[in-house]
Design a protein around this ligand. Structure first.
Ligand code: UGA
Length: 322
């Protein structure tokens, strides 16, 4: 299939691109390569994708409708996977506007064009952050009306707008709510890459709050596989959790696991808890199992081991800053 992959140089976009290309799909990747974090990581991922013959890349922004029109006109995608987003929970408090222009208006541009160009399926990345205040494990039918960060609010807006486009124009939409995705070459604003780099470099490890907050950390390969499964068979509008779906793991526990894997001791510095942070997350993945036949395969120990191996072999040589 011809797949338009937005955010192709992002962490999840890159892995999804690799899996699509290995599966024989034709992929057009777009990304604005913004400097929200060190672009060296984005260039690293793009370099890897460019090794595939069926991959093409165009630099551009989903907020730019003229650019997008040209892309749709020329490429005529069967599937659109929108992984282009501003995704920092805490950073969204500092600069909320860009979360709305990209995550809401950029997504709206893609929905409009997907209808116009008769796209078979539209896949939207969403977030476990929407479940703030709900009882775990989180099921997709919970009312998620109280987002606690501009980021979560922007994703809620993107979800409901996608529903409107499904309702009005019969666009098939799959919204995937990801649960704190980690793995090699992840975003350096996220806890698991920061902790790894800080412990390895013997620098202070900053914990916001007491470190007891826990996450349903999910390995990136499992997520990419789930996205690809969502390209097939789903008709209508569905919201589906993609998370490990096991007992959440506290960030203190993760740090201990890293200490063990690296054989180094972390020097922890505690800072004030951020108001936009959830205490705990855990996915109910019954729906993903039923509709997609998806089940996560990588345990947290295996995922962290792979992440450390990548870091020692390649990651530390990229020279990216946090
Ligand atoms: C992550 C992603 O960043 C979001 O894009 C995604 O939408 C979300 O998961 C999700 O599940 O959907 P978050 O849970 O904040 O958001 O992930 P981390 O950045 O890994 O933070 C986890 C916890 O570690 C938070 O409580 C955070 O405050 C803490 N943390 C993070 C630290 O204590 N120190 C740090 O240096 C970074």
């Amino acid at each position: 299939m011809r797949v338009l992959l937005t955010g192709a140089c992002g962490f999840i976009g890159w892995k999804t691109g690799e899996f699509l290309l290995e599966g024989g799909h034709e992929v057009l990747g777009i990304d604005n390569i913004n400097d929200y974090y060190d672009t060296k990581l984005k260039e690293y991922r793009l370099f890897k994708l460019k090794a595939y013959k069926m991959f093409r890349f165009i630099k551009g922004d989903i907020e730019d409708v003229v650019f997008l029109k040209k892309v749709f006109d020329e490429f005529r995608p069967d599937i659109v996977i929108n992984l282009a987003a501003r995704a920092g929970v805490r950073a969204s408090i500092e600069n909320p506007y860009v979360y709305y222009t990209t995550n809401v208006l950029g997504n709206l541009n893609l929905l409009e064009l997907s209808v116009k160009y008769k796209v078979k399926r539209f896949i939207l990345a969403s977030t476990s952050s929407l479940y703030a205040g709900q009882k775990m494990p989180f099921t997709e039918d919970l009312p998620v009306n109280s987002p606690i960060s501009p980021y979560a609010a922007s994703k809620k807006s993107a979800e409901v707008t996608a529903y409107t486009y499904h309702y009005l124009y019969n666009l098939n939409v799959v919204v995937l709510r990801f649960f704190t995705v980690y793995g090699p070459a992840s975003r350096p604003d996220m806890s698991l890459l920061r902790f790894l780099k800080w412990i390895y470099e013997a620098r202070p490890v900053i914990i916001y709050g007491n470190g007891e907050q826990s996450r349903d950390f999910t390995y990136v390969d499992d997520i990419a596989r789930g996205i690809i499964l969502a390209m097939e068979n789903i008709e209508g509008f569905e919201i589906i959790n993609l998370g490990r779906g096991k007992e959440p793991i506290s960030i203190k526990e993760v740090i201990k696991k890293y200490e063990h894997l690296l054989n180094k001791k972390a020097k922890i510095v505690f800072k004030e808890k951020n108001k936009a942070d959830m205490e705990s997350t855990q996915a109910d993945i019954t729906k993903a199992k039923k509709l997609l036949g998806w089940t996560p395969l990588i345990s947290i120990d295996e995922g962290l081991k792979r992440t450390v191996e990548w870091y020692l072999k390649e990651g530390r040589h990229i020279g990216f800053k946090l």
